[in-house]
Each structure stands twice: as structure tokens, then as C-alpha cells.
Design a protein around this ligand. Sequence first.
Ligand code: G6P
Length: 612
Amino acid sequence: MCGIVAYLGDRNAFEVIIKGLKRLEYRGYDSSGIALSADNQLKLYKKTGKVSELESFTNSEDLNGGTGIGHTRWATHGEPTDNNAHPHLSFDGTLGIIHNGIIENYASLKQELLNKGYEFKSDTDSEVVIHFIEDIRKNNNCKLDEAVRLALSKVIGAYAIVIIDRNDPSRLIAARKGSPLVIGVGKGEYFLASDATPIIEYTNEVVYLNDFEIAIVCREGLTLKNMEDVESSPYIQKIDMELDAIEKGGFKHFMLKEIFEQPKSIGDAMRGRLNAAEGQLALGGIRDYLNRLISADRIIVLACGTSWHAGLVAEYFFEEWCRIPVEVEYASEFRYRNPIIKEGDVIIAISQSGETADTLAAIELAKSKGAIIFGVVNAVGSSIPRATHVGAYIHAGPEIGVASTKAFTSQVTVLSMIAMIVSYKKGTISETSYHELLVELETIPEKVQIALGLDQRSQSIARSFMNATNFLYLGRGYNFPVALEGALKLKEISYIHAEGYPAAEMKHGPIALIDEEMPVVVIATNDSSYEKIISNIQEVKARKGKVIAIVTEGDEVIPRLADYVLEVPKTHEALMPLVSVIPLQLLSYYIADLRGCNVDQPRNLAKSVTVE
Ligand code: G6P
């Protein structure tokens, strides 16, 4: 939800920032802007649309200057217009701000400022903050960082902000509460961004700003202080991220690249953790609280979106293998429900970005009720792993396409490993079944590789259905969450209405929608509900629906019933979601691409949802 980038140093700030904004476009892409400090002026460029439009708009400008701030927006307060794009300037034009987050008390602050004669150029909450800082600086005749501190002590809400001062280009002031901010530390230069992707080509040394910290970034050094004005030394960490991981590498879209990366990303989730030949499986990150999980009376999974679907798959793992009851909760509902959390409950929070505001708030609520929180997260160093007691990273590498693909399979992989460990230690699974699962899990990357061979076939099926207006996705058991995920993928990127349903529930509603126009994707792999799903396919065919079936290789029955068939390799029923989701990802990708949709940046969506 909004990406911010700032630079201070000897390079051309505009170039660093525009490149960084393109890397952060997954966070928002309805408008963007840059402010550069040069010749005692703040030069401001803002444009509705994508970062490339800002780039063309500024083509003929003189863009020199070694200090600047930039922003790519996902609108919350005020429509996506040039005026509402960031940066925003203070009323007197001396200060500029970029902001990611939401200021909850902006209306009352704005009224106070209006009463004092301040005028506003935008409808945003962010502009209120910079006018407020200007007002405090003037009234207190203090330094900028002090004005920022005083202002933020009155601000309610979430923010990552960077402020530039026209009269002092040798310094930037940044602060964070609830929205991420990373500071890259180079030699006499600093890079500030919402995540590390705009930074890594310049330096791998970073400081993750904590909530309630203010950073004073000067050429001579970086100083941190808290809201009580107490200084601290920055903790510089080395990050391990390759530039290749955040570039398209010859694929048309990041989403397609990420779909094809899955044999590797699933393998990376297991690397150093699983060795089936030696019967070894261990996740160092959760060791400290493993006994709490083993003795848990109940597991509550908290997540949103695709991560919630991975949680649903995990529900089957933990209930079947570990015999622990599981509730999978939308974090956004859980946090507003006064949920009951008992002593024996354990929370598992799942998130790709590690920044989802609802998941983070639900974690804090559960913590306040005494719960132990396990995190299953992709983005290293993000907010959720820092808020949880223990956790396991999924190591999928940066996921840039807004529609999540490789994070889902890596989340399921890690959750399956956690459940295997718990069931083994608990004794709820036999030695033989445990070893069979380890061996089978190790084969998943190569089975996913085979499933990726469905690429051309998925594209040709996509051609037949690219103009459909509705889709139904059906699955049973482990494949029910896959049906939800398949439907979500399609609607996110192609804007076709799609619903995922447990196949047996079809007769309680969706069956009324079925006619000859209706494509029905049935995940019908050969598992314990195989016979039942065949009946569901027959029910669809009896109403002339068009069936696209995902089947296990060698199936001879369903291909005779279905209109289109996509064959995936056989695996253990519980691990099938890792394989059966692949053709669904490909199908949605190709439908969206054939419809000319912006696959990586679908309208109205953002990858990292840092607002409620
Ligand atoms: C957004 C993204 C989804 C993601 C969801 C949860 O809606 O577009 O792809 O599944 O947020 O995000 P998280 O980062 O917590 O997994």
C-alpha cells in the first residue's frame, strides 16, 4: 500500500528514485511523484498513472540533485489525481513529505490548521502531516527532527514518512509506526525505501527502522531517536537478496516467472530442513516453542487472502496428522470479534509480505490475551516476524506479481513440515506414514516441474474461455482450498467473476448458475473423494456446464466426462494442493494475459496491504 523511496548522496537522486519506485510499484500504482532538492528549491513532479508516466512526463526536465523523495500511491484518502499524488509540500513550500499509511485523526488536525489559515492542495491525510510539522517548527522555532517528533506524538495512525527540507538538502528525516521503512547504508550515501528491493543494487547493509523511531539521515551519518527524544545507534544488518530475484529474467510478467520458479522456491523452503533419506526434518526457527504446539489444545490460524487459503490447507494437516483442532480465521474478522483465546491455544500467523495490517493487528490482539504466536512469513525482517514469538521463513524469495503464486506453495510446504514434525513428536502419526510423507514431500519440486509442462495446454484452454463472465471452481478435501485459490487468482487478475466452492456444496446454490455458458473447473485428482467428485462432474454435465478437470495422470474415467482435462503427476493426497494449484495459476495467468489485463498490477489491488 504505497511505496516510498528517498535518496541522499552523490548519485543522481531522480534516477535512483524512479528505478526504486518501479520496483515498489507492486505496492500501489495509481499515481506517483518525486521531489528533488536543488538550488534552494524543491522541484516537484507528480503524475496520475504508473511510474513510467511520471518518467515520460519529466523527460525534458533538468533533474539534477542528490537529495530527493519519491512515492507510488495506492489511494486511500482522495482519488488518484495529480494533486493527491505524493510528495506533498508544506504550506510555505519549504518541506516535502512522502507517506505510506493512514492518519486516523487527520480530520481534527486539518480543522485546527484550517482555523490557523493553512490551505490545502490535496484531499490527502498526508498533506495534513506536513502542514502540521511546519506549524510546529514555526511555533517552537525548533529543528526539523524535533518538529517531526513533536508532531508525531499527536498523530494517530500508521505511517512511514520521509521529509525533505528545501533549505537543508544534506539531511532527510524519516519515521515509522506500523508501515515498513528500510534504510540502505552506502558510503556517504543513504537509500530509504518501503522494502529492500530499491536498495540492493547499491548496498546490502540496511537498518530496519522500528516503530516509534525517527531517523536523522545526514551525509555524515545516521542517528536514531525515539519518541522520548532518546538517541540510539542504528543496528546495521546485511541482507542476502540477489538482483536477479527482483527482475523478470526474460518472462513477460513477474507472475509467470514466479509460477515457473516454484520447483526452486518449494525446494528452498525445504533446504537444510528436510532430508528424507536420513529421516531428518527440523525447523530451527520454531524449536523454542515446539512443545507448546505439540501440547496445543487448539490452533488458530490468522491470515488474509492467499495466505488464508494456505492456512485452510494447514487445517487439514494439523487435524489429520496431529489431531489438533484448528480454526482458520480471517485476521480482519478475528481482530474485531473479542475472540476467545485460552491457555492451550497456539496461533499461527501466515503472511507473504509480513506487513498486512489486519494480520499484524490480530497478532497483537492475540498476544495481549497471552497467546504464543508462530509466524510463517516470506519477507525477511518485515513487521510480522518481529511481532511473533517464533517462526519459520518460507524462503520463496521476493514475490512481485500482485497475485500470489510461489508464496502459496512455499507456505503450504512449510506448514506441512511443521505439522509433520508435531505429529511425529506427538505420536499421532505412524513411523511409516511419517517417513512416506518425508519422501513424498521431497519429490514435490520435480512433480511441480512436470505440472508446469501444462503451460501450452493451459494457454489453449484459456483461449476457449477468455470471454467467459463467470467461473466456478470445485474441489473436495485438500483440494477445496485449491478451488478457492484458483477462483481468487482468476478474479484478481482477469476481472472475471469466479467462485470457489466445496464440490458437495454446489447443490446448495451454485448449481443454479450452471448452463452451457458456465465453465466449471473441477479439481478431481484421484484421492479419497474421487468417486464423489465424479458424481459432481456428472451433475455439472447434466446441466450442460463446461467442465475443465484437473486429474491425476493416467485417469481414464474423468477424461471421458470432462470437456477439457489437465493431468498432474500423482502424489500423496495431502500434498496434492502443491501440484494441483499449478494448472490453475497458469490458466488464470493466460486468461488475464489474453484479455489484455495488467497481470502484475491488477486494478485496485496492492501486494502489501498495510491499511485496514
Ligand atoms: C493482498 C495480496 C494477496 C495476499 C494478501 C495477504 O491482498 O494481493 O496476494 O494474499 O494481501 O497478504 P500477505 O502478505 O499477508 O500474505
